[in-house]
Design a protein around this ligand. Structure first.
Ligand code: IPT
Length: 270
């Protein structure tokens, strides 16, 4: 049996670790994994990736590409009787999905900073074309609003470390110095740490930084990164098991599974 994995850019840390986790669980269950990667965002690129896997007659399709509701529906239809499981869609969407809880992740980050006494908080969001980036951003804003706090600055990067570096450098050059930075992924947090260091600011004494993902390298940043852990091994395991169930029980009802996330406190927040 063969599983198809249609995935967003594997040069990003999270999708590559998710692919590795899917691959290793699938091997344990004696499934092959065939990967098709999109380099561009958007429906057409996703369709092309899925069509190339369908042409190779995969038995199930795992889709780790950020998708709007209508896009996911049309891709599920494209798969016809090959079951499709989505990893980057809205939890509200009626589709088969396994997702990390975006609200919980956003809330944990905000609560951690508020508990440390921070009020001057800047947000570095991911690309707003990505559903997960939007949900994290909205979650932050809601959790802050509950305490009558509005973000002192809002930035948007493209998930890369370089974009985090550029956005935070620009913010500091404009003369804004937040007490804490909420960052939508660890790679952008890495770039943020460099920008802060180049500006002569100490982390966490002058500025606290919290990331999102807990990729394998995040404990080795300088200082080791406080972050929201998305357990990619757990996602690999759940998604492969779910997919195998779907292959064996094509009539089972549509379900969205939410995986918990957790706060990992290291050395970038105080
Ligand atoms: C999401 C990561 O959190 C983010 O860092 C980025 O790599 C993004 O993927 C790429 O699409 S994780 C995803 C399962 C929501």
């Amino acid at each position: 049996h063969t599983l198809g994995l249609a995935t967003s850019d594997l040069s990003l840390h999270a999708p590559s670790q998710i692919a590795a986790a899917i691959k290793s669980r699938a091997s344990e269950r004696r499934f092959n994994v065939m990967i098709s990667m999109t380099e561009k965002s958007g429906l057409e690129a996703a369709k092309a990736a899925i069509n190339s896997l369908l042409a190779q007659r995969v038995d199930g399709m795992i889709v780790n590409i950020p998708l709007q509701d209508e896009e996911a529906k049309s891709l599920a239809a494209l798969c016809q009787d090959v079951p499709a499981l989505f990893l980057d869609v809205s939890p509200q969407l009626a589709a088969n999905s396994v997702l990390f809880d975006p609200d919980e992740g956003a809330r944990l980050g905000v609560e951690h900073l508020l508990a440390l006494g921070h009020r001057d908080i800047a947000l570095l969001a991911g690309p707003q074309s990505s559903i997960s980036a939007r949900l994290r951003f909205e979650g932050w804003r809601q959790a802050l609003a509950q305490q009558q706090i509005t973000a002192m600055a809002v930035m948007e990067g493209d998930w890369s470390a370089l974009s985090g570096y550029q956005q935070v450098s620009r913010l500091l050059n404009e003369g804004t110095q937040p007490g804490a930075l909420l960052v939508a992924n660890d790679q952008m947090a890495l770039g943020a740490l460099r920008a802060l260091s180049e500006a002569g600011l100490r982390v966490p004494d002058d500025v606290s930084v919290i990331g999102y993902d807990d990729t394998a390298d995040s404990a080795c940043f300088i200082p080791p990164l406080t972050t929201i852990k998305q357990d990619f091994r757990a996602l690999g395991k759940s998604s492969v098991e779910r997919m195998i169930d779907m292959i064996h029980q094509p009539e089972a009802s549509i379900r969205s599974d939410l995986l918990p996330v957790s706060l990992v406190v290291r050395k970038t927040t105080a």
